[in-house]
Design a binder for this molecule. Structure first.
Ligand SMILES: Nc1ncnc2c1ncn2[C@@H]1O[C@H](COP(=O)(O)OP(=O)(O)OP(=O)(O)O)[C@@H](O)[C@H]1O
Ligand SMILES: [Mg+2]
Length: 499
């Protein structure tokens, strides 16, 4: 006798005003398995997960839990059916601890804190996931937040876990930790649906893969039966081009200079005594385990926060893509507002003392075309764009203005292979046009491909600053894995900064 999958979508269709997001999609996730859900930006992955999580309802078809059709009345109902969900943008509230977040999801009027703490602690230890239960989420690193959400879902009694791009902002070591835990959880019989753009993730941890394209299932089967190349081609068609190599021009003058900067932005790790310069036409990539001061560095370099000590000197026009893209977008408004918000004061967009909406929408449309933001409709709300398309909109907007300096924190997070290439091309073009770029990336391969220089950040300090290509793989891996810098070959550390 075969057991029914713990979770299934059966012939699910979902239409939004502008697009058929899902078209008769069937996906079945078995207990004990990790099932990867893949596809380009806008393919329908998050929509499928949201329907399975009870956050949205199908127009046609239905959801099944352990073989029985269910009609979720909302998220709480899905939790009661054992469906855990970790959304694409993390759902923890900065000021709340994990225990408090769990308390929020309880339907009982009286919530016993001690009981919940005990439940979380037991769950965490059974799943072998070490998490700080009483620390406000703002003090947790990205990796710890992911694990925290995982433990909350399990403590809610999840038999099914839906994870929407949990790895997009994590470094290699943190991804490995997360996957170790996911494997343990799956081995205990839980069904895991894992959305990702990284084929490495699929190969590392998934048993089965389903690929969506334009809301339809175009492939499903065991991961062992498909090679990387075929899988990549299935996901993106033949659209991926190899990027042209960097021209290797001599960089110009110093444009962004940080001298002895210490700064904090409320994150657990401030930056301390950081000195760094980026020249015109140069791409400097900051690598290292997320949560080692990257956010404070980005914010202070982009002049969003003032340094506590030290100085920052920068160009006139500074572009900034923050780690949390919603911080730089107007999510509820029509997308053209977000596309144009940095240009509202330009004469071309004012009319009789007010704003010229027609001109603004026209310019936003052109931006959508240039940066391949889909759907090509600047009138839809930002929340109606898929995660990757929001990212394309933001990076496009920031690089369009020919900035002197661009600070890009995770510019390709959440992007599919095609969109990633497009953004990397844009970054190169901006460098060739003379912009000084500081790119903060969790993706080592990408950083190496893109950058002229690599800077390694650890515990808020720069522990290496070297031309890209000069670090061999092992050293770089160690440096960015949070291993002690003492293990690094001498001569590789940045003089003055290494402590
Ligand atoms: N609330 C909404 N209103 C209107 N359209 C929506 C809404 N949510 C999603 N869409 C559209 O549905 C399609 C599928 O979006 P979805 O977010 O599921 O894509 P995705 O595969 O998760 O993409 P990404 O990899 O970029 O996160 C997209 O065309 C998107 O613009
Ligand atoms: Mg998505």
């Amino acid at each position: 006798m075969t057991t029914a999958p713990l979770l299934a979508l059966r012939s699910v269709s979902k239409k939004f005003p502008a697009v058929q997001a899902l078209d008769t999609v069937t996906v079945a996730v078995n207990g004990g398995q990790i099932h990867a859900l893949l596809g380009q930006n806008g393919a329908g992955k998050s929509t499928a997960a949201q329907i399975a999580a009870g956050l949205d309802t199908p127009d046609e078809g239905h959801v099944e839990v352990a073989g029985s059709p269910v009609l979720f009345g909302g998220r709480a109902d899905a939790i009661a059916h054992g469906v855990g969900y970790i959304p694409q943008a993390d759902s923890l509230v900065d000021d709340l601890t994990l225990v408090e977040t769990l308390a929020l999801s309880q339907t009982h009027r009286v919530v016993r804190r001690r009981k919940l703490t005990a439940r979380l602690r037991t769950t965490a230890s059974q799943a072998g996931v070490p998490v700080a239960l009483d620390t406000p989420a703002r003090h947790l690193s990205r990796g710890e937040r992911q694990l925290g959400e995982l433990v909350i879902a399990l403590a809610q009694g999840a038999r099914v876990l839906l994870l929407d791009e949990p790895t997009s902002a994590l470094g290699p070591r943190e991804v490995e930790t997360l996957f170790d835990h996911l494997r343990t959880v799956a081995d205990s019989g839980v069904a895991v649906l894992l959305i990702s753009h990284h084929l490495g993730d699929v190969r590392q941890v998934a048993d089965t893969a389903t690929v969506l394209a334009h809301g339809r299932v175009i492939h499903t089967g065991p991961v062992a039966d498909i090679d990387d190349r075929t899988l990549a081609r299935t996901i993106v068609g033949d659209e991926v081009r190899t990027p042209p190599p960097r021209t290797g021009r001599e960089p110009g003058e110093d444009v962004l200079v940080l001298s002895g900067v210490s700064a904090t932005c409320g994150d657990p790790v401030p930056v301390r005594d950081v000195s760094l310069r980026v020249r015109a036409g140069e791409v400097v990539a900051v690598v290292g385990v997320a949560g080692n001061g990257q956010r404070a560095l980005a914010e202070v370099a982009a002049c969003r926060i003032a340094p506590v000590t030290g100085t920052v000197s920068s160009g006139q026009r500074v572009a900034y893509v923050p780690e949390h893209r919603v911080d730089a977008l107007l999510p509820e408004r029509a997308a053209w507002w977000s596309a144009m918000v940095t240009r509202l004061r330009e004469p071309a967009f004012s009319r009789r003392g007010g704003l010229d909406a027609v001109a603004l929408v026209g310019a936003a449309s052109a931006l959508f075309d240039r940066h391949d933001v889909r759907p090509r409709n600047p009138d839809v709300a930002v929340t109606a764009l898929s995660g990757g398309n929001q990212q394309k909109l933001l990076v496009g907007r920031e690089l369009d203005n020919r900035p002197d300096v661009a600070i890009l924190h995770g510019p390709t997070q959440g992007l599919d292979l095609v969109a990633t290439r497009a953004i990397l091309d844009e970054i190169r073009r901006a460098a060739d046009a003379g912009t000084a770029l500081l790119v903060i990336s969790a993706d080592l391969d990408e950083a190496r491909q893109l950058a002229d220089r690599l800077v390694v950040l650890s515990k808020g300090r720069i522990i290496a600053d070297v031309p890209a290509g000069e670090l061999d793989d092992t050293v770089l891996w160690r440096l960015t894995s949070g291993l002690p810098s003492a293990e690094v070959a001498p001569g590789r550390t940045a003089a003055g900064n290494a402590k």
